[in-house]
Ligand binder design. Sequence first.
Ligand SMILES: *Cc1c(COP(=O)(O)O)cnc(C)c1O
Length: 370
Amino acid sequence: MDADVSPETWVVLAGRAEHAGAPLNIPITPASNFLLGADRSYSRSDSTPGWEALEAIVGGLEGGEAVGFASGMAAAAAVLRTQRDGARILLPTDCYQGVAGLVDDGVAHRGWSCTRLDVADTAAWTAAMAHADVTWLESPTNPLLDVADLPTLGAAPRKPGSLLVVDNTLATPLNQRPLDLGADVVMHAATKFMGGHSDLLAGVAVARDADLVAQLRRARTLGGGTPGALEAFLAVRGLRTLAVRLAACQRSAAVIAERLEAHAGVARVRYPGLATSPSHTVASRFMRGFGAVISFEVETAEHADRLCAALRVVHHATSFGGVESTIERRAANEGQEHLPQGLLRLSIGCEHAEDIWADLETAIDASAGG
Ligand SMILES: *Cc1c(COP(=O)(O)O)cnc(C)c1O
């Protein structure tokens, strides 16, 4: 990133053409091929200006070189493609189920081994990292919002040639920059906060090491998980307002987490910004903000389902990071049965906090009992 501008300014400035007469915004480039004789011939291997704008913005935010992908999973797959047969992978007990599925496939078909560790158990990670080929962290985790001690893990000794990967989707680079803390690769589902409008799938992987960046680009060229032209444009459009959206959503999330915690109908609230959260002390040491996703528990699955059905402002929908608040009972999903049955993941959007709270309070009360 340009040393003299803040990330809030960078997301607005970066990735624009600078020559006189250029459009202020990067045009949508629906191109597979280009007239021969210059640097670009075929987009899958040579990029488009739209992907490059996305990569310039995210690379600057994370402090590395970014490679854009068709989705968060395409980015994750490209990172894991660097691994040989027999690789040893460390993965959080609670993490994005798609990434866990990808690693499970490697265990089934490529002789990988996978050890799942509680992301908050720093001692367990540092002991295991000495022998692991990939240390895959997600912090805060989705959906339990546990926090890894990234500064300690980033500095811990690890197997030479191994990769420390951080899925930074929930935090965003505005709240933490894992490459600064010692990570080799950062990945994002730009589908979530970066895009911010629930209207696209996109992913990004960011690294500093030139050889690693080349491997990620090669994985994209050969794997074919390239960003779509419209999606790259929309992701750039979303990134322009990332800082103001996230600031507003985090402000509301702090208010709503506290009110949920004080509500008699709520059994437990998980949000690293809450002073009572087990992850608050660790998170406060290095995170600039605590994000806009809150998980909370009501007593039963039935209560949680009735609650979701009673909401009018908050949308009953999966995913998170959009301008619209969304809520979902995660244990209702295949592969997520280990989660508390009454756990609801709530993504705070850009609506007024008082409207979100009034909706939640009414729905919690109306859905209790029975
Ligand atoms: C959504 C998500 C992904 C996958 O992203 P897609 O764009 O859906 O492929 C990966 N990691 C985390 C933490 C996510 O929330």
